[in-house]
Design a protein around this ligand. Structure first.
Ligand code: C5P
Length: 220
């Protein structure tokens, strides 16, 4: 396996949701099975890359043949990403919670005693933005994902510029598509060169096509 076109390349993949504790037994999170990120990591490893796989608590098991760093919160994910750098390419497939509960309790909140809880939030670090904006040691290729429910291309194009990443892999996750938690995906890949709509295919096929593109981009 280590003999493919990505042999000798070190690639970071973030995947899964993050969990932000409310108290020791409760959390807030984004919906994410981790399926697409896991498939991307597996496809990159199959092309010979050394993959550092930073994963939140996902529904699917992590791939084999990668270096796994398990995290729970966005702040832990940011720390793990910092540890993984420098890399040749970084793929941010995680569904990171935008906010954490700044008023998280160390004890379980009780229904009777405490009444209705009032949660206070703080903004989480934008990991993709931070890596995209690195002045020194930036990965040669930074890829973000954009899960949108409407105006997918317009929103994702703006997101690419705002974050400063090289490519955005955008998909429509509105409930009618069945993409969220499903086995298939229909993505549009947006780069400086333009917009490319891929037909609906399995998440594994999206991952393999994307891994081949990544190999072309960082090995030429
Ligand atoms: O802004 P939004 O969450 O829609 O951006 C999605 C992209 O940004 C994904 O690639 C995701 O992994 C990344 N992201 C991140 N850190 C955050 C929020 C999003 O790396 N705090």
């Amino acid at each position: 396996l280590s003999d493919g076109p990505l042999k000798g390349k070190r690639i970071l993949v973030t995947s899964g949701p993050t969990h932000e504790p409310i108290d020791p037994v409760r959390y807030i999170a984004n919906r994410s099975s981790g399926a697409q990120g896991t498939a991307v990591a597996r496809a990159l490893a199959a092309l010979g890359a050394h993959v550092v796989f930073v994963t939140g608590p996902a529904d699917v098991p992590p791939p084999e043949g990668v270096e796994i760093i398990r995290v729970e919160t966005a702040q832990q994910m940011q720390d793990a990403v910092g540890t993984a750098l420098p890399v040749d390419a970084a793929i941010f497939a995680a569904a990171v919670a935008d906010w954490r509960v700044s008023s998280a309790s160390e004890r379980k909140l009780k229904k009777t005693k405490d009444g209705l809880p009032v949660l206070e939030f703080a903004e989480n670090p934008d990991i993709l933005h931070g890596v995209s904006q690195m002045k020194t040691g930036r990965p040669a290729l930074v890829v973000g994902f954009a899960a949108e429910t409407n105006d997918v291309i317009e929103n994702a194009t703006a997101k690419r510029l705002r974050k400063g990443c090289d490519w955005i892999v955008a998909n429509d996750v509105s409930p009618a598509t069945g993409i969220m938690g499903g086995a298939e995906n229909a993505v549009t890949v947006i780069s400086e060169a333009g917009t490319e709509e891929w037909p609906r295919m399995s998440k594994d096929q999206v991952a393999q096509k994307l891994a081949a593109r990544i190999a072309d981009s960082i090995t030429q």
